[in-house]
Ligand binder design. Structure first.
Ligand code: SF4
Length: 321
């Protein structure tokens, strides 16, 4: 292993480790395992292979289809699932444990209410992400995933965000949509503040360091987003799932190394990676960093609308006759 010659400092993002929603889902699954001999999760409980493997060892198995469930308890993961899947699951005769993150549950209710009130629901997020798929399920035939080239033929638009998308992406979509033809526009800032805080911290730290290490599953969208944010800051960025993926060569020229992790990365994986980094450089000092979430700003939307957006309230926004 090559060793760097200069003093190096680790700057570790705060918050780090599981977010509230992921921790809650893992706790519910482990609690279910104490009560049931068989526990299933519909899809991987979280996007982290280390945790999924640990859960499997404890007897909590991920399935891709309800047809694979054989008795016991079924956990709905923090991303939620479409209501028709919930309905089918209820008919299976197994204990159904809904671990949908309460923040995601709130977005599901907003989408359902907008659809009931006759709005076209536009979801700003990643079409294939399970959370977005669940929201589309609540919107039924009145839901669309935002695309800058999308054609909109509706008088009333209701807009929500996938909980983990970057604020900038939501702002850009709102700026675009606010210039379309409609009679009424309702906007709900449904970005999760816990995810937003991590993105803001990643951005701040990336500006201050030479190298960023982002810890989390390669299949974790929110972890990859943190890595993208660090790269956007122009910094050499490496996403690792565990300590085995670290390359000490990355640190040779670095004086300051930033570390952050996705919301689905457990603390023990973070600690393990930090320990490996420290081992590579004895005497390595730590600093902690945290950042408040960015504020929502949308060009092209009135000041009244912007203040309501910040507070998360919904009101008719703007009329284009
Ligand atoms: S990132 Fe936010 S919305 Fe997603 S599971 Fe965690 S707390 Fe819930």
């Amino acid at each position: 292993m090559r060793r760097a010659s200069r003093v190096m400092r680790l700057i570790v993002a705060r918050p780090i480790g599981f977010c509230f929603g992921v921790q809650r889902a893992v706790n519910l699954a482990k609690q279910a395992r104490r009560e049931f001999s068989r526990v299933w999760t519909l899809g991987a409980l979280i996007h982290n292979p280390e945790v999924v493997a640990e859960l499997r060892r404890e007897g909590i198995r991920a399935v891709n289809s309800l047809r694979q469930v054989r008795g016991g308890a079924l956990i709905i993961r923090s991303h939620g699932c479409p209501p028709e899947i919930m309905e089918q699951a209820r008919k299976l005769g197994v204990a159904l444990i809904d671990a949908t993150c309460p923040h995601v549950g709130r977005v599901q209710r907003v989408v359902r209410d907008l659809k009931s009130a006759g709005y076209l629901v536009i979801i700003v997020g990643e079409r294939d992400h399970p959370e977005v798929q669940s929201l589309l399920g609540y919107a039924r035939d009145a839901g669309m995933v935002y695309d800058s080239k999308m054609k909109i033929d509706a008088k009333k638009l209701g807009i929500v965000a996938q909980t983990t998308i970057p604020l900038k992406a939501f702002q850009a979509a709102l700026t675009d949509l606010s210039q379309r033809q409609f009679e009424e526009l309702r906007v709900f800032n449904t970005i999760c503040q816990e995810a937003a805080s991590r993105q803001a911290a990643a951005r701040k730290i990336a500006r201050e360091v030479d190298v960023m290490v982002v810890i989390g599953g390669h299949n974790s969208a929110n972890t990859s987003r943190l890595a993208d944010i660090a790269r956007e800051a122009g910094k050499q960025t490496h996403q690792v799932e565990n300590r085995n993926e670290l390359d000490p060569g990355w640190l040779v020229q670095a004086q300051r190394v930033g570390v952050t992790a996705g919301t689905s990365t457990p603390s023990w994986v973070v600690d393990d990676v930090l320990s490996a980094l420290r081992t590579s450089r004895p005497g390595l000092g730590d600093a902690m960093a945290a950042e408040e979430p960015d504020r929502l700003h949308v060009s092209g939307v009135s000041s009244v609308a912007r203040s309501a957006l910040r507070s998360g309230r919904s009101k008719p926004r703007k009329s284009h006759k």
